[in-house]
Every structure is written in C-alpha cells, then in structure tokens.
Design a binder for this molecule. Sequence first.
Ligand SMILES: C[S@@+](CC[C@H](N)C(=O)[O-])C[C@H]1O[C@@H](n2cnc3c(N)ncnc32)[C@H](O)[C@@H]1O
Length: 288
Amino acid sequence: MNYRHIYHAGNFADVLKHAVLARLIVYMAQKDKAFRVLDTHAGIGLYDLSSEEAQKTGEWVDGIGRILDTDIPAKAKAILEPYLTAVRDLNPDGGLTLYPGSPKLTRMLMRPQDRLSAMELHPDDYETLHRLFDGDFQSRITELDGWLALGAHLPPKEKRGIVLVDPPFEIAGEYERLADGLHKAYRRFSGGTFCLWYPLKQGAPIAEFHAALQALEIPKMLCAELVVRSDRDTTGLSGSGLIIVNPPFTLKGELDILLPFLKDRLKQDRHASARAFWLRGEEMPERD
Ligand SMILES: C[S@@+](CC[C@H](N)C(=O)[O-])C[C@H]1O[C@@H](n2cnc3c(N)ncnc32)[C@H](O)[C@@H]1O
C-alpha cells in the first residue's frame, strides 16, 4: 500500500467527489430520521496543504485552489455551498491551509442523530484518522479492509445511508473489484445511496466498467465524469468519474449545472470535457 492521499488532497478529482458527497449528505438530512455514512477507504480525514507532501505535488492549486474565494455563477455557487462552507470553516482566518477529506467533510455536515463508519487500512493513516475522531461518539473508525465492510457492515442499523467507495486504484483489476463490490453491497442494502469513485486515464477500461455496472440491473445509476486534460501526454489522471446509485432525484439537474462550471474552471487544456448521464434508469444513453 503505497498510496497516500496527502499528495492529491484537494485536487480536481477531490473537488468533484467532495462536492457531490456534500450534496448527497445535505439531501439525506432533509428528513429527520438518522442516517449513516459508510466510508470504506477513508484516508486521514484532514489534510494540511502547507505540508511538505502536499506542496511537493501542489495538486490542490489546480483543484480547490481555483474555486475557493472566487466568483462563481449563482446556480453553481448554491450547489457548491455546503462543500465550500466546510472548507472555509476549516480556515477561519481566510486562505487555504486545511482541506477536509471525505470523513471530515461528512462529519461536518452530519446532525447529532447521524453516524459515520470509516475504514482505513494503511496503519499510519488509520492512526491519524483515529486520532482525529478520538472521543467522537458519532464516529467509528476501524482499521479494516474497506471491501470487507461492504459485506459485514451493511445494511446499517439506521436503514438509511450513503456508502462511499473511494479506492486508490494502485493495483490492476480495481474497476472489476468496484463493480463486484457494488453488486455485493447492493444486495445487502438496496435502499442505500452508493457513490463510487474511479479514475479516467490512458487505457482505462471505462466502457467495460460501465457495461459491467449496467449488467448489475440496479435500477437507478447515475454517472458523472469530468476530464480536465488530454490523456495523451500523461500516465496520470486526466479526469475522474463517480457512479451514484439511488441518487437524490435532484442530483442529475444539479450535475447539469455543476459539471459545465467545473469543466470551465478546472480545465488544463482544450480536451477538457464533462458529462452526467444515467447508466441505468431515467433516460439511459446509447451504449458507449
Ligand atoms: C483515495 S484515498 C481516500 C480519500 C478519501 N476517501 C477522501 O475523499 O478524502 C484511498 C485510501 O484508501 C486506503 N486503502 C487502500 N486500500 C484499502 C482497503 N483495502 N481498505 C481500506 N482502506 C484502504 C488508502 O490507504 C488511502 O488512504
């Protein structure tokens, strides 16, 4: 396990993922009934963008750095508000030093009745995350393989919730594993909202991944993808995608506003693009 999210925290992929996660949580919180967020690959929770590691790559500069405290058109601003408010709240003196990872962002948006279960397998990152949530009775941090949690920890006892699956894609076969993981998890918690993250990069088997997801016969599955640059000159990320199962009915319309804004703001070359479409349900696309 070599992946450390501190090198990537706040980058363009985090912006899309965390903005959407915040929308999912805000929507869940519209009903009084408690919900749980299960974060299977949680990271360390809070990122110091002034640290040597974050400064080394500087990825956040072309991510949250291009969004926070800038002019944003009103409709996109309203959609981004819960996410950006959380980032601002972590930096009360202005500027941008601290950035919330998914468990911290979740925790900032939860109400007293809601719960967080977060898994992290890297021993050092687990320790850091565990310390961050020390004494917080609403959060349970576990040093566990997140893929196992998709079985053992579902359904949550609240019967309402969001499952974020955000693996590092360090090893081959992660797209298949993600589709298989969703299959297993959905059978145990078909009423849950699932949010899966995946990278867009040169040679990535995206059409096969989408076909595998479509074959799962899950009735409502939305896809959001943001590409910020051509994949020709880089072996790194050119973009990222999210699969959202059982999305709030408002989400597609929000993505249709958010994605064009993010594309314009986060683009790194003329090959930038963005799309939101139903992989299953509502209006399905022609096959890729
Ligand atoms: C992309 S990062 C997570 C970022 C985080 N979800 C966020 O948005 O702030 C992936 C994390 O998964 C951890 N990890 C890798 N394999 C894992 C596994 N099998 N179970 C749980 N965590 C794992 C890595 O150590 C890393 O911290």
